[in-house]
Design a protein around this ligand. Structure first.
Ligand code: ZN
Ligand code: ZN
Length: 264
């Protein structure tokens, strides 16, 4: 079962071999390295040659499989038509999403999880030593289907990824984090949003020709089931963590008020 030679596991060493290692490499070579996962500590030493304990390595595929199952729900949670009138054609003065319900947390999860999965796919293509077999599992042209990639990674590559020195532990921690973010975003109550005639001005890069701004579409977000015309947030649809500070809302406030009035 263990792919690593027995001598890599200090627990199997004889006292004489231990003293030789100790003399030549110092006590650090003999120290038990604790698994970094919360609660695992010293009673769960890492598997030799990796940064995670056996239990965490074995658990990684099931966390990836969970993420593959949650993915369609996360994508579906981003924008929802209000229930009861979803397909009706309503004149909304050209503001298409005036009454759509939006879940900014799901937007963020989709972006971050998508990036993370494509990083793992790239790592497999770049560093795993069996190109033909990788083509058979992941496909010659990597799929853009995030759920499919997650399922393939879970089935064929999760053990290799989780055992990757200096990367496996971070991937496992990321997987747990993405899974709780996905569960959390599915429990968020979506909000009403109104598209503003304005784009995001958050600076994303500074070049020799000057700053480059995000230019994502700005939306005003309102609490669901509320007639309040004051937005609770003004934020960017490309990067929901770009927000317009409350002090600058006055510039957008009247637009939001007009659209809210026209839509209801
Ligand atoms: Zn562990
Ligand atoms: Zn932005």
């Amino acid at each position: 079962m263990n792919e690593y030679p027995a001598f890599t596991d200090p627990a199997t060493w004889s006292p004489i071999f231990r003293s030789i290692v100790n003399r030549n490499f110092g006590a650090t070579a003999l120290a038990v390295v604790p698994c970094p996962t919360k609660g695992h500590k010293f009673d769960r030493p890492v598997r030799p040659g990796t940064d995670l304990c056996e239990e965490c390595i074995a658990r990684f595929p099931s966390v990836l499989a969970d993420l593959a199952r949650y993915w369609p729900a996360v994508v579906g949670a981003i924008v929802k038509s209000p229930s009861g009138g979803g397909q009706q054609k309503v004149q909304t003065s050209g503001v298409r999403d005036v009454s759509a319900l939006w879940n900014p947390a799901a937007t963020l999860v989709r972006a971050e999880l998508g990036d993370w999965v494509s990083f793992m796919v790239r790592t497999v293509y770049r560093d795993r030593p069996e190109p033909e077999w990788i083509d058979r599992t992941l496909g010659r042209v990597p799929s853009a289907d995030v759920a499919l990639n997650l399922a393939v990674l879970a089935k064929y590559h999760s053990r290799w990824l989780a055992s990757y020195p200096r990367l496996g532990a971070a991937l496992f921690a990321d997987a747990l984090q993405h899974r709780s973010a996905a569960i959390r975003c599915l429990q968020v109550t979506p909000m009403r949003r109104i598209q503003l005639d304005a784009v995001c001005t958050v600076e994303v890069a500074n070049t020799q020709w000057g700053p480059i701004v995000c230019e994502g579409q700005l939306v005003a977000v309102f609490p669901h089931d509320s007639d309040d015309i004051r937005p609770s947030q003004i934020l960017c649809t490309t990067h929901p963590d770009h927000r317009v500070p409350t002090g600058e809302w006055i510039d957008y406030y009247f637009q939001a008020e007009n659209h809210a009035g026209a839509g209801t």
